[in-house]
Design a protein around this ligand. Structure first.
Ligand code: BG6
Ligand code: MG
Length: 214
């Protein structure tokens, strides 16, 4: 079936906010005396805020009020790190890739677990390029469940088999595969499960992606 849409994860795919999520969790972990590392953070990529907290806790039990307070603190640290984001923070090749895909007639979507996705897309000045934006408010079951990408496909008006999902997270690649999409895994944290594996979006065109699909 002909590909009609590209659907992008945001954090770690369009911009390097994955690094800011890491720094915010690291600060919380340090303040609470919980061991945490960049490697452990890779397991959180793509996961909703609550699921990420569970990874951080590694089986520690905290009461619900504390959990809520910690998530607010992490988000406050994260939002502070976002304050300087501008279109210069699009990852290399992203701007050209999005514009070329649009010029080729593809529909564009975002499927991000983040409740901060819309403000980040606005700061990057790319929100208007997208035909549909699914974020941390769109579905109940987050990645690795396929619901978010299926929600975005529905908004765009395609079947999953007509879409390619771009992800930097293993949980996101899994979600897209479970939904029936083709997948492009970007970077090592995406794992080996994607249809196409790339370091990033620089030096490749949408047409080359299409020719490399099975
Ligand atoms: C994902 C990130 O895009 O969004 C995760 O990869 C993050 O690291 C998740 O936890 C939720 O983001 P937010 O902004 O709603 O806390
Ligand atoms: Mg990501």
């Amino acid at each position: 079936m002909t590909i009609q849409a590209f659907i992008f994860d945001l954090d770690g795919v369009l911009t390097d906010t994955a690094e800011y999520h890491y720094q915010a969790w690291q600060r919380l972990a340090d303040e609470e005396g919980i061991p945490f590392s960049r490697e452990e953070n890779d397991a959180m990529r793509g996961l909703a805020r609550r699921d990420s907290l569970n990874v951080l806790l590694k089986g520690r039990v905290i009461d619900e009020a504390t959990a809520q307070a910690w998530m607010v603190r992490k988000n406050d640290y994260y939002v502070a790190l976002l304050s300087h984001i501008s279109p210069n923070d699009l990852l290399p090749g992203v701007s050209d890739f999005l514009n070329a895909a649009k010029a080729d007639g593809l529909k564009l979507g975002v499927g991000s677990a983040s409740k901060n996705a819309r403000p980040v897309l606005e700061k990057l000045n790319v929100l208007s390029l997208f035909d549909a934006v699914g974020d941390g408010y769109s579905v109940v079951h987050g990645k690795p469940a396929p619901d978010l990408f299926i929600w975005v496909a529905g908004r765009i008006g395609i079947n999953p088999t007509q879409g390619v999902v771009f992800e930097d997270a293993a949980a996101g690649v899994q979600a897209a595969k479970r939904g029936g999409f083709f997948t492009v895994g970007l970077g090592d944290a995406a794992g080996d499960g994607a249809t196409i594996k790339l370091a990033g979006l620089s030096g490749i065109t949408p047409r080359e992606i299409l020719t490399r699909l099975p």
